[in-house]
Each structure stands twice: as structure tokens, then as C-alpha cells.
Design a protein around this ligand. Structure first.
Ligand code: NAP
Ligand code: MG
Length: 490
């Protein structure tokens, strides 16, 4: 892994790849170091899965789909999901500590992530036998019904920012719908997905229903997205790899869902209730150190209230502190040195472009020097054409952009290639509704902002943010295919 991170004793050994409800070494025999971002040192190793392991996992999933798992009634699948949800809560201490160390996030965030992961399994456990087709009036003498069928075997590639939440978010609906799954988690943070899959086996999921193969994107990931035995792909990550996923899906004539991040606007009118809005406006970019696909990374502020609103945001921003999971402050470190370098290069370019830093938080005293911390920063005013106003930084960097009126706000809000989520803040309900309905995004909040949102709320984007919907009942739509049955009875 990275030459600049240190290692020492007490490194947790790799358990291998998890296929057919048991661990085995990766075919390559190779391993990957896992770094704790808050410490900047290796604390575990994982197997470097590759094409042979993926092939074995896909075949195991197919056997499960055609065998014991595929034969379960919907309510029996739901019961297994609900049982896993409870088991996750029973093991929440251990899982939250693992997630916090692997990702560097504050403990309160890790707890919230584990709770959300459990909620996905509860929600989809309950939904499994409530997702059904319909009947269609047709010609006399005919009876027509539709049936929602699973795709079969689904390949899931997830990123490192919320491994536990992503696990629940993508596997919950896929399994509730009756698919068997193979997951390739991100090599930078995959310990909770592996542990959760052990718990799934303990909950009673039949062998092969859930298989997890850790490894590198170009090796295990590429093998999964191009495998001809996979019937559907679910990907969350960068737009660049999203293009690859969609290309491989096309070659195999299968569909995919892509969740590729965003440059989400928070549109703040002068009549905002600032006391109510302030904590959310700031947290929307600080949560998970800004490494959230739906981070509110653009703060669009009406010119007439600019000084008052930006002044209050700046004051709050200046008090933010980054620290270790146990310090449990506003934010943790970034996931890797590479990600830290990426964020710092955005900041350096903004300085070169003459954009002012309006406020800067701190790295807490006592935070390890080797940790991948960056101080949160508020930049503004950021010209609409600047990369800080258009590109996903994936760090705790908030860009302030002034606007003149409603029309100007919408032009700016809709002026990037992305469209994932948005927030509209105003005491004028009619205006807020009007603007919300014209923003191009999969989710729009009014006088609220939910980076990540609730498990019940359909979520996904347009254009460079991807397509397809996860969360809520909508995810069951994407993870199934529809069959129309036509019966002639006269
Ligand atoms: P990424 O490369 O797209 O990683 C996402 C997942 O795709 C990881 O599991 C990765 O594996 C895998 N992958 C990489 N190459 C692959 C390939 N050729 N075939 C199949 N799978 C492959 O994203 P990243 O490099 O971690 O982050 C880069 C940027 O993407 C971030 O700065 C951020 O802007 C954006 N991002 C967005 C989200 C989101 O939630 N939408 C999440 C993460 C990142 P490995 O990483 O294990 O190699
Ligand atoms: Mg990567």
C-alpha cells in the first residue's frame, strides 16, 4: 500500500474471501494492508481477491439462487433480513468501533451508520412480502397479472465512505427481492462488510446468498462487473468508474444502477430562519469529513442577505474541529493520503485563483500527526466557472456562491453536470416549493437537508450523479424485473 504509512505489531490477519458462508484464502494468495486513517498506520490485512475468487462467488450465488435461497417464500426471506437487522444491533458496539477505525470517522457517526445499516435490514425485511405485481384490465376473456421477479445474481461494487450503510442500502433490497449477491467492497474500508456477512451467515442466510470478495478495483472489481454470470450491477463510486460499469453492463446486455456523487446545492434565501438552518447548513458538508455523495458542498446565498448569512456560517465553521474517532468531534480524517492530497490540491488551486478563505476550522490538539486530517474550509465568493463550484471535492470544503434572485439561484443550482440532492431554505413556502420543483436532483429538501437521508426515502441522481433509485420501496423496483402473465380463459 502507501509507502508513507507505518505499520507495527498487532495487525489483524486477513481471513480471506467470504464465499458460500465460509472463509477461504484468495486464489492469488496475496494480501492488502488496511490503514487506519486517523492513525496513518496499518492495522489489518485483507485478502486481494481476483478473477478466480469472483468466478467462484458468482457460481456460489447462482447455486443459491437456483437452490435453497431461491426457494424461500418472500416472508421467509424477510424474516432472515429482519433477524440480521437485530443481530447488527446486538453487535453494534463491535461494528461501530470497527467502522470508526477503518474509516476514521467520529464514534457518533459510526454509531449512526451501524444503526442505519440495521434499519435497512429491518425496512427491507418488512418489505419483502409486500412488494408485488398488479392486475391489468384487458380484453374480454383474458386475465392479466404482473409479477415482480428478481434479476438473479447481482454484482455490487461499493465505495469506502460508508461501507456499513452501503452494505444495507444495496444488499437489503436486492436480497428482499430474492436475488443472490456478490459484493466487492472498497479495499480502503471493507472490514464491516466482511463482518456483516459473517453475521448474515449466523442469522441463517443459506450458503451462497451473500458473498463478499475484497480486493482491488481493477482486479476483483473489474472481474465482477464484466462477469457473464451476473444479471444486474449496482455501483456506487466515482463517475469515471461508473462509465466503466455501464460499459461492461452493456457488453453483457444487463442493466445497472449508478450512484456517482454530486455537487449538491443548498439554496439559502434572505428570509431563512438562520438559527434553525445554521447547524444543518454546516453539517451538510462536515458530516463524514465531506466524503458523502450527497454532501451539501455549494452554499448558494441570496445577495441581499449575504453578509448576515455567510457571517454566521463562517463563525460556526471557524469553531469546527477534526479529530480521532474517540475524540468524537465534528469530523474525522479523510480516508487516505491520496484523498487528502486531492482535497489539498483543490484548496491550493482555489488560492491560486484568488478565492478567499472565509473561515477555517482546526485539527484538534493531540490528533496524530500521521492521520489524514484536513482543516475544514469555507471559500467564497466562488465564481460559478471555478472548479470549486463545479467539481466534487469529497472533503470538508464549502463553496459560497452569491445569487441575485430565484431565477439566478436555479441557473446556478442546475449549472453543474451533477444532480443528486438539494436543499432550499426560505420562510416563503410558495417560493421554496416553486424552486424545489425546478431543481434538477433526485431528492430536494425544503428547510432541511439530509445528506444520506432516511432508509425510507428514494435516493439517486440524474446525469453525472448516475441513475436508478436506491432506498425505500423504489429500490425494489430497480432490483427486480417485471413479467406480464396473460391468461385466456374464454
Ligand atoms: P472509485 O475508484 O470509483 O471506487 C469505488 C469502487 O469501485 C471501489 O470499490 C473501487 O475499488 C471500485 N473500482 C475501482 N476501479 C474499478 C474497476 N476498474 N472495476 C470495478 N470496480 C472498480 O472511487 P475512489 O477512487 O475511491 O474515489 C475517487 C472519487 O470518487 C472521490 O474523490 C469522490 O469524488 C468520488 N466518490 C464518490 C462516492 C459516492 O458515494 N458517490 C464514493 C467514493 C468516491 P478499490 O477502491 O478497492 O480499488
Ligand atoms: Mg479507488
Amino acid at each position: 500500500m502507501n509507502a508513507q504509512v507505518s505499520s507495527d505489531a498487532g495487525i489483524a490477519a486477513s481471513k480471506g474471501v467470504f464465499i458460500d458462508n465460509h472463509w477461504s484464502p484468495a486464489a492469488s494468495g496475496k494480501e492488502i494492508d488496511v490503514v487506519a486513517p486517523a492513525e496513518g498506520r496499518v492495522f489489518a490485512r485483507i485478502a486481494a481477491g481476483g478473477p478466480e475468487d469472483i468466478d467462484r462467488a458468482v457460481k456460489a450465488a447462482r447455486r443459491a439462487y437456483e437452490g435453497e435461497w431461491g426457494k424461500l417464500a418472500a416472508f421467509e426471506r424477510g424474516r432472515l433480513l429482519a433477524r440480521l437487522g437485530l443481530l447488527i444491533l446486538d453487535n453494534a458496539d463491535e461494528l461501530a468501533a470497527l467502522e470508526a477505525r477503518d474509516c476514521g470517522k467520529p464514534m457518533k457517526q459510526a454509531w449512526a451508520d451501524i444503526a442505519a445499516c440495521a434499519r435497512y435490514f429491518e425496512f427491507y425485511g418488512g418489505a419483502a412480502d409486500k412488494w408485488h405485481g398488479t392486475t391489468i384490465p384487458f380484453l374480454n376473456g383474458y386475465f392479466v397479472a404482473t409479477e415482480r421477479e428478481p434479476h438473479g445474481v447481482i454484482g455490487h461494487v461499493i465505495p469506502w465512505n460508508y461501507p456499513a450503510q452501503m452494505y444495507g442500502r444495496t444488499l437489503g433490497p436486492a436480497l428482499a427481492a430474492g436475488n443472490a449477491v456478490v459484493m466487492k467492497p472498497a479495499e480502503e474500508a471493507c472490514l464491516t462488510p466482511l463482518r456483516l456477512t459473517e453475521l448474515a451467515a449466523e442469522a441463517g442466510f443459506p450458503a451462497g446468498a451473500i458473498n463478499v470478495v475484497p480486493g482491488l478495483g481493477p482486479e476483483a472489481g473489474q472481474a465482477l462487473i464484466s462477469h457473464p454470470g451476473v444479471d444486474f450491477l449496482s455501483f456506487t463510486g466515482s463517475p469515471e468508474i461508473g462509465v466503466l460499469v455501464q460499459t461492461e453492463a452493456a457488453k453483457n446486455h444487463i442493466a445497472c444502477t449508478l450512484e456517482l456523487g454530486g455537487k449538491s446545492p443548498q439554496i439559502v434565501f434572505s428570509d431563512v430562519d438562520l438559527d434553525e438552518a445554521l447547524p444543518t447548513l454546516v453539517n451538510a458538508i462536515v458530516q463524514n469529513a465531506g466524503q458523502t455523495c450527497s454532501a451539501g458542498s455549494r452554499l448558494l446565498v441570496e445577495r441581499s442577505g449575504y453578509d448576515r448569512i455567510v457571517g454566521a456560517v463562517a463563525e460556526r465553521f471557524g469553531k469546527l474541529q477534526a479529530g480521532t474517532p474517540d475524540m468524537d468531534l465534528d469530523l474525522g480524517p479523510l480516508i487516505s493520503l491520496r484523498q487528502k492530497g486531492r482535497v489539498e490540491s483543490f484548496c491550493a488551486k482555489a488560492a491560486d485563483d484568488g478565492i478567499a478563505v472565509l473561515a477555517e476550522g482546526k485539527i484538534a490538539e493531540g490528533a496524530p500527526e500521521n492521520g489524514f486530517f484536513v482543516a475544514p474550509r469555507l471559500f467564497g465568493p466562488v465564481p460559478q466557472a471555478n472548479s470549486l463550484a463545479r467539481e466534487e471535492v469529497f472533503g470538508p470544503i464549502l463553496s459560497v456562491i452569491p445569487f441575485e434572485d430565484e431565477a439566478d439561484a436555479l441557473t446556478i443550482a442546475n449549472g453543474t453536470d451533477y444532480g443528486l440532492i438539494a436543499g432550499v431554505w426560505s420562510s416563503n413556502a410558495k417560493r421554496a416549493t416553486r424552486v424545489a420543483r425546478k431543481v434538477r436532483a433526485g431528492q430536494v429538501y425544503i428547510n432541511a437537508y439530509g445528506a444520506g437521508g432516511g432508509v425510507e426515502l428514494p435516493f439517486g441522481g440524474v446525469r453525472k450523479s448516475g441513475h436508478g433509485r436506491e432506498k425505500g420501496f423504489e429500490a425494489l423496483h430497480d432490483f427486480t424485473t417485471l413479467k406480464t402473465l396473460v391468461f385466456k380463459h374464454d
